[in-house]
Design a protein around this ligand. Structure first.
Ligand SMILES: [Cu+2]
Length: 209
């Protein structure tokens, strides 16, 4: 998806909102007019009924519009994440380097989490050569608000993922806003630096229902 598509979408949403607002204004006018006329005859009653129905339709529409705008916001952030990954600066290079001795992956790729709710993300660590699960290793986690190296706004201190056995390690955190979070993951092996076996995972937190 192109950025221009999203911008077009936002424009369309803006025009629709303007339209709804002006129709709303007209209706309020019509209503007050009918009130001052007494509004007792049948035709006026029907008209008022129609206006009321339209009004409730409109409020439903504007609710949908709010959701649309929120979604577009998240889409824009996602796009920034994708574009950010293409940037070539030394830090991003380091962040994108493949792990030397291990394979690190998310058990449920593309997993989404909910804002304000504790998220549980399961990481799987395998030996790169044998592809066997790696147990009893330290998996150090740092959670950044935003895409990798975009904000460096870390949620608290780094911590160890919980060793669940069978090469599975659990990361728990509670997103405090919607949008993207990066799980900086470092598998600590003897004689290796923390960046030698490192991997970033992007997670999207959505507004709770
Ligand atoms: Cu990282």
């Amino acid at each position: 998806m192109q950025r221009s598509t999203v911008i077009l979408g936002l424009l369309a949403a803006g025009v629709t909102i303007a339209l709804i607002t002006s129709i709303g204004g007209f209706m309020i006018l019509a209503e007050s007019q009918s009130n001052s006329n007494g509004g007792n005859d049948e035709e006026m009653k029907n008209l008022l009924k129609e206006i009321t129905e339209m009004k409730s339709m409109m409020s439903k529409m504007s609710e949908k519009m709010d959701t649309m705008i929120e979604r577009m916001d998240v889409m824009m952030q996602r796009m920034d994440m994708l574009m950010g990954n293409n940037m070539m600066n030394p830090t991003d290079d380091m962040m994108n380097q493949e792990p030397q001795d291990v394979i690190i992956k998310m058990k449920s790729p593309g997993q989404k989490v909910q804002m304000g709710k504790e998220a549980e993300i399961v990481l799987v660590v395998l030996d790169k050569k044998t592809e066997e699960p790696m147990e009893d290793v330290q998996v150090l986690i740092g959670i950044e608000r935003g895409s990798s190296m975009s904000t460096m706004d870390m949620m608290g201190d780094m911590f160890d993922a919980e060793d669940k056995g069978s090469g599975e390690y659990i990361v728990r955190f509670t997103p405090d806003s919607e949008g993207i979070y990066t799980i900086h993951t470092m598998v600590m092996l003897p004689g290796r630096s923390m960046m030698d076996n490192h991997m970033d995972f992007g997670i999207i937190a959505e507004k709770g229902k």
